[in-house]
Design a protein around this ligand. Structure first.
Ligand code: F6P
Length: 549
């Protein structure tokens, strides 16, 4: 039976018909204890669900749905290394990447805990060599700049975390610049190469598959730049200027990165779940290996909470079920991620990949098309900037949107008073916005007399996540909470969150079109197996190139 035909789902539908009529402002005035009842804490994170359109009974019914879907067993199955990614016949063991040492976990006869720690130890060694200036460029210069070349999971996680935790770098480490290059068109790389010094620049080519054309194109350009800037053979360049991070070592060797310059991870690490592995090399270079380990420990604390806590006080479970409630029972299909801390500027993009690449699915685990909504459309921006951009739609548009507000309670504790005031300003705005979205202009005394264009209807649900402070531990816990939320939702929706077949076909079609842009290629016509739009656009480029050549 499909989940949307099940008793627990039907009970929620019935309940929603009643609750849909209620406004959040009435729920708050009827129950002064709402915050106490709907807020939960673990691992440095406070989760406030009181501004969600639900009652205690809703949570009870959602809990019944989770139990009906055998959530507890499925959580354990993931941690134990069972095959939870059936379309690729793999476990998904990102939790093993942050598990402390000496906790054997056997998968197909291999102790993955020991493998993970061997791989991290090699990364630690390389990081220390680079920090201690023992790693040198082709002319003996110490490395001053590092460029991570990767895309998707091999870029977004390290980039986000370097920006979030950059303040944790020591003075020695701060002297090192870390850059990120992902876009296949070369614009980021071209800009960077203009200002970097070849002899003191190290490239980390991060790619699980080592076949991603975006990454290889950037790596080839970087290699050409280094070869042109030196008079040493290419193999000396790759030896001194490239580190390969991959789950496919043979491909990295084929590209030219020697084995000793490689760091390895495994096919059971999904790309978007990989920054906890050696894909986190850039993070460790930015903040130091010890802080990288603190980040893993924070995630592990959330993992333990997720694995061991009861469903009704389990943060990732509650976060997931609340969103299931919004999507499947209140028909809300847009989700804004709004951090009120500029250090979290890349969190929205990271969550866009994590959630939409994982749960953007319309076929069940058993291969049947499904008839209920899954992942919503997710987008976001640093909250204070978004206030001046798209909040108009949140407050007065026609779409229902659920929002996540994220902020640290404390910041700038040992810094200037002005900076502390700036943090207070950000917090006041964060709370004002979620309050207005929930209650509408009922927060004002004379709102009724305002003209229609000045009215705020409210009743837009939101979750507030407060960290005590932004530290490696709390940030690790925050991201692990979102990862587990995605898994819980996939269990409810009976879909596979660990594959991404929907991005494969585009790559194949691009490969088949590539040669048409070659200078020697003949005039393109719709007869060349494409539609008239694609053919017309290719001809437009071809004609312009010929005119200008
Ligand atoms: O876009 C698809 C994808 O496979 C992502 O899942 C992944 O994070 C990204 O490409 C990069 O892949 P790789 O690390 O193999 O280069």
């Amino acid at each position: 039976m499909a989940v949307n035909q099940s008793p627990a789902w039907k009970a929620l539908q019935f309940h929603a018909a009643d609750l849909e009529q209620q406004h959040l402002k009435d729920m708050f005035s009827a129950n002064p204890e709402r915050f106490q009842q709907f807020s939960f804490s673990a691992a440095h994170c406070l989760l406030d669900l009181s501004k969600q359109r639900m009652s205690s009974h809703t949570l009870q019914l959602l809990n019944d749905l989770a139990e009906q879907q055998s959530l507890k067993q499925k959580i354990l199955a993931m941690f134990d290394g069972e095959v939870v990614n059936p379309s690729e016949s793999r476990p998904a063991l990102h939790t093993a990447l942050r598990q402390p040492e000496n906790n054997p976990l056997s998968v197909n006869g291999t102790d993955v805990n020991a493998e993970v720690h061997r791989s991290l130890a090699k990364m630690e060694k390389l990081v220390n060599q680079i920090h201690n200036q023992q790693w040198r460029g082709f002319d003996g210069s110490p490395i001053k700049s590092v460029v991570n070349i990767g895309v998707g999971g091999s870029d977004l996680g390290p980039l986000m975390t370097c920006r979030a935790l950059g303040q944790f770098a020591s003075e020695q480490i701060r002297a090192m610049d870390i850059h990120f290059v992902s876009s296949m068109d070369g614009s980021q790389l071209a800009r960077l190469l203009n200002k970097l010094d070849p002899a003191s620049t190290l490239f980390i080519v991060s790619s699980k598959s080592f076949t991603t054309i975006d990454t290889l194109a950037n790596a080839n350009t970087a290699l050409e730049w280094l070869i042109n800037a030196s008079d040493v053979p290419p193999e000396i360049i790759t030896q001194h200027h490239f580190i390969g991070v991959t789950a496919t070592p043979a491909k990295a060797v084929e590209w030219g990165i020697p084995e000793q310059n490689q760091l390895h991870f495994w096919d059971w690490t999904g790309g978007r779940y990989s920054m906890w592995s050696v894909i986190g090399m850039a993070i460790a270079l930015q903040v130091g290996y010890d802080n990288f380990r603190r980040f893993l420990d924070g995630a592990w604390a959330m993992d333990c909470h997720f694995k061991d806590s009861a469903l009704d006080s389990n943060l990732p479970v509650l976060l997931a079920l609340t969103e299931v409630w919004n999507i499947n029972f209140l028909n809300i299909h847009a989700h804004a991620v709004l951090p009120y801390d500029g250090r979290l500027e890349h969190l929205p993009a990271y969550l866009e990949q994590l959630e939409m690449e994982s749960n953007g699915k319309s076929v069940s685990l058993s291969g049947e098309p499904i008839s209920y909504a899954t992942c919503p459309i997710l987008w976001g921006e640093v909250g204070p900037n978004a206030q001046h951009a798209f909040y108009q739609l949140l407050h007065q548009g026609t779409e229902a949107v659920m929002c996540d507000f994220i902020a640290p309670a404390l910041r700038y504790e040992d810094q200037s008073e002005e900076l502390q005031k700036q943090h207070q300003l950000a917090l006041a705005n964060c709370l004002a916005q979620s309050r207005l979205l929930a209650l509408g202009d009922s927060v004002l005394e004379d709102a009724d007399s305002a003209p229609a264009h000045k009215r705020y209807r409210g009743n837009q649900p939101s979750t507030t996540i407060m960290l005590d402070r932004l530290t490696p531990e709390s940030f690790g816990a925050l991201i692990a909470m979102y990862e587990h939320k995605v898994y819980v939702q996939s269990v409810i929706w009976e879909i596979n969150p660990f594959d991404q077949w929907g991005v494969e076909l585009g790559k194949q079609v691009a490969t088949s079109l590539l040669s048409s842009f070659d200078d020697t290629s003949p005039d393109y016509t719709a007869a060349d197996n494409t539609d008239s739009s694609t053919a017309g656009l290719i001809r437009f480029v071809q004609d312009l190139r010929r005119e200008n050549s």
